[in-house]
Structures are given as C-alpha cells and as structure tokens.
Design a protein around this ligand. Structure first.
Ligand code: ADP
Ligand code: ZN
Length: 207
C-alpha cells in the first residue's frame, strides 16, 4: 500500500464512531496525482460495504456534464452533474451515508457550509480537488475545505520533465483564464524545480 494512503482506515473510523457524527475527508494534489482514482477507490469500497453512496461533480461545460467521474487512467464511477453547492444539497437523500464530490475547486464558496452540514448530519463526505491553480495559487474553496476536514490526503504526480515528485500543474497552452478545461492536451505535472510560474512563462510552453 502506498504510504500516503496508509491512514485511510475508514473501517476503523466507522467502528469507533460513537456519537453518530459524520466526518470530512479531503484529497488534494496537482493534476494527474491520482485524486479521482483515490476518490473512486474509496467510493467503490463504500458501495461494496453496502453503504448508500451519492456522487457529484460540478458542471463546467458540456463535456463535463456526462454522468460519471473518470480518472486519467480510465477508472469510472457514476456521478450527478450539478451547477452549485445549493443544487447539490437539494439532491441529497436522507438515507445517504457517503457523499463523494470530485473537482471541488470548481464549486462556489457555499460548498464549505454544505459539506459541514452533511458531516454534522452523520454523513461521511469525501471531496477531491486541486489545491493550487495553474499559477500555484490556492484554489478556493479547497483551502477552506482543508481547514474543516478531519482527514487530509495529499498525493503527488510524477514530474514529466525530470521524474521527481510533482506538486504543480503546468499549463502548456496560452490562456489567462483560471478555469481552462483540459487534460494532457493543456496541462502537465511538474516538480518545484521544473514548474515555470505563470509570470515568468513564455506564451506557449514547449512540451
Ligand atoms: P487527478 O484526478 O489527480 O487528475 P487521476 O486520478 O485522474 O488524477 O489520474 C491519475 C493517473 O494519471 C495515474 O494513475 C496515471 O495513470 C496517469 N498519469 C498521467 N500522467 C501522470 C503523471 N505525470 N504522474 C502520475 N500519473 C500520471
Ligand atoms: Zn522536475
């Protein structure tokens, strides 16, 4: 087992839960670090344990409105596309035990209170998202979610330039928009040494 996941002892937590309260788990890292993969792994295990699971992701554009979350490696899980945190809350069924949320960084600030309310009502909430944008700045509301989470998992990709641990998402196409939907066509994982901060970056970064 990867050391970073060693503390994902969900069964243990459930066993020792005494007061009926839920909790919040946050999975963060750069693009390609395996956040969706890890979220899907936890959701699958909850489903195998016959827990009632609901999964959500934000609608960013038409391409993102398909009813599943997917990892870059091709793993998938059904999910409900929603536009806002309020819409997410409207969809929650009382009997749901586990709520999964992917691409948390694309939600509004209301997600923080929503997640708190869900955990307070006894649900396990798992959110995956980018902790930094393409310039390396904290990507709200993920920093706030990290503060309220009981459990945090930070995972890393491999730097495509040098093979070191990658903590940054390098944008490789010209765009100043904070949200620019894409995958390996527009982004790559880079370490601290190979990451070129946006202000220093040439207009198009050579792959
Ligand atoms: P995230 O949700 O963090 O963007 P995913 O879970 O969608 O990540 O995808 C992780 C998978 O991406 C890895 O298991 C691996 O197959 C693939 N991958 C592609 N490029 C890289 C990279 N530079 N470092 C690590 N994994 C990568
Ligand atoms: Zn590097």
């Amino acid at each position: 087992m990867v050391e970073e996941f060693a503390f994902d002892n969900t069964e243990e937590r459930r066993k020792h839960r005494q007061n009926g309260a839920g909790w919040v788990e946050v999975i963060v890292g750069s693009m390609f670090s395996g956040k969706s993969e890890e979220l899907i792994r936890r959701l699958n295990r909850a489903s195998i344990a016959r827990q009632k699971v609901q999964v959500f992701k934000p609608i960013i554009d038409a391409r993102y409105s398909v009813e599943e979350i997917a990892s870059h490696s091709g793993r998938k899980h059904l999910s409900k596309p929603v536009t806002t945190s309020a819409e997410l809350m409207e969809q929650i069924q009382p009997e749901t035990q586990v709520v999964g949320i992917d691409e948390g960084q694309f939600f509004d600030a209301g997600l923080v209170e929503a997640v708190n309310d869900l955990a307070n009502s006894g649900k396990r909430v798992i959110i995956a998202g980018l902790d930094q944008d393409y310039t390396g700045k904290p990507f709200e509301p993920m920093p706030q979610l990290l503060c309220i989470a009981e459990y945090i998992t930070k995972i890393h990709a491999i730097c495509v330039k040098c093979g070191a641990t990658a903590n940054f998402t390098q944008r490789t196409v010209e765009s100043d928009a904070r949200v620019e939907v894409g995958a390996s066509d527009k982004y790559e994982a880079r370490c601290r040494k190979c990451f070129i901060p946006h202000s220093d970056a040439p207009t198009v970064i050579e792959p």
